[in-house]
Design a protein around this ligand. Sequence first.
Ligand SMILES: [Zn+2]
Length: 267
Amino acid sequence: MATRFKTGSAHRSRLLYNGAIIDAHNHIGMDLEGVTQLPQSLLRKMEQSHVQKCIIFPFNEIKPGKAFSTANDYIAKVVAAHPEKFIGFARTDPQHPLAVDEVRRAVKQLGLKGLKLHPRSQMFNPSDEQTLPLLEACVGLRVPILFHSGYAYDPIPPMIAQVAQSFPELSIIMGHMGCSEVCTPTGVEEAIQVARGNDNVYLETSRVMLTSCIAKAVQVIGDTRVLFGSDTPYGSQLDEIATILRTGLSETSLSRVFSENIMELLR
Ligand SMILES: [Zn+2]
């Protein structure tokens, strides 16, 4: 019976949404607390949720290597084994002296397509002077940066606003739309306002789980800069897809949010 139920819920999500789904936020590796996700496990989730492609990047890794070089190598290896399923982003610590070299290597040699930065895990301010060389390098490499943008402990959206204004050519994805540790409409509202004022800022939906906030984001900034993400293994693809489907967005907006926006951004 358990198997029947599982199949049933996957079918339900397919019936509700028949278009392509690309998930912009997934971790592969092992975090400091021992939370892990192997490629096979993510591939199984993708099959159950009818997700065609996932952007993958390291966790706050237990063994990242120098400036995350070991973790980035692993992501590149996983992408090489499943190029039709995964798109790899690098991760680094902007305070590490080798951060810029590592991101250049990850993009030029490993073929990774973007960068994930976590201001709280790596304890840095995105708009601080020491982050500038890395931001400049990403402009030169023409790759987007996905910033974790949780609200509860440190209001990151205002720092992102400064970065977006200083680097109008840089595409910035606000992971979790300003809302993660504790999800409040206030954090999301702040992120929406940052995106409204800066055309180079995209909002990614993982862990928000507040249907009205996602609907509002599309209403305020339009449907071309909101991206679907799940944050596996911390979030669930099926639940995150269901949240988006409950927003009441039009078919056109759904296909922008689920796949077209991220594909255009990475082109
Ligand atoms: Zn995450």
